[in-house]
Design a protein around this ligand. Structure first.
Ligand code: PEP
Length: 250
């Protein structure tokens, strides 16, 4: 089954609302009429409004970089799925390795966030991936399996409808090192296998698995030509309109 690729930008903690507007002003003409892939930009929360307004008449969607699982309450500094939807987001990144490393996210909080995102009809982009020591110790498969099993816990196939996974080997994020298309494909097959165990073959075959980790214009084509890779989650190279457009149009 053909899976439409999803090209997603993760701006991390970069850009003010004015800089976000500037980005879209320059980026949108570069991808006008590009219908081959779905495009999503995930800016910091404070830029969401400017990003939604700036991309209003385009095919580019906007997503959050995180969410909290409760609907509302005394959770200072947090943002709910409902709030993301109300500001015009359609997607949300969950469990990015930087959140796992610096902000105490665990497989269990990823699961709670995934359920909240699906409940609100957001498209969740759940990040999984091994750190260098785990790869070197031959633990990549165990780590990916554990992250998937725990993320998918108590999510029904019916509810999982829009689930997207991003395989992001942590050693490749922001380092300039990229997994080879073959390494990524092996990891993607394993992830798809785990999804099949939980959600069934049909669901797993239609589920998109993105690759993330130093994707840039120079390596996007080789990675995206691999049949198992259904798109990219792009950090550094998504900050510049020309370079993200070049990745999107690989
Ligand atoms: C990311 O932020 O998810 C990412 C993959 O970053 P980079 O492209 O900079 O490695």
């Amino acid at each position: 089954m053909a899976r439409k690729k999803l090209m997603a930008a993760n701006w991390k903690m970069y850009k003010t609302p004015d800089q976000a507007r500037d980005f879209f002003h320059n980026f949108l003409p570069l991808v006008a009429g590009h219908g081959r892939d779905e495009i999503v930009v995930c800016p910091p929360f404070v830029d969401i409004r400017a990003s939604v307004e700036s991309s209003k008449n385009s095919s580019v969607s906007i997503g959050g970089q995180n969410l909290y699982w409760e609907k509302e309450g005394a959770y200072t500094g947090e943002i709910s799925a409902t709030m993301l939807v109300a500001t015009g987001c359609t997607h949300v990144i969950i469990g990015h390795s930087e959140r796992r490393e610096y902000f105490g996210e665990t497989d269990d909080t990823v699961n709670l966030k995934l359920k909240a995102a699906l409940e609100a009809d957001l498209t969740p982009i759940v990040c999984v991936g091994e750190v260098l020591e785990e790869r070197e110790a031959g633990l990549t498969e165990d780590v990916l399996r554990r992250q998937c099993v725990r993320a998918f816990h108590a999510v029904s196939t019916k509810k999982a409808g829009k689930l997207v996974i991003a395989y992001e080997p942590v050693w490749a994020i922001g380092t300039g090192k990229t997994a080879t298309p073959r390494m990524a494909a092996d990891a993607h097959r394993l992830i798809r296998g785990e999804a099949a165990k939980t959600f069934g073959e049909e669901f797993a075959n239609s589920m998109r698995i993105l690759y993330g980790g130093s994707v840039k214009p120079e390596n996007a084509k080789a990675l995206m030509s691999e049949g198992e890779i259904d798109g990219a989650l792009v950090g550094g190279a998504s900050l510049d309109p020309k370079s993200f457009a070049a990745v999107v149009k690989y």
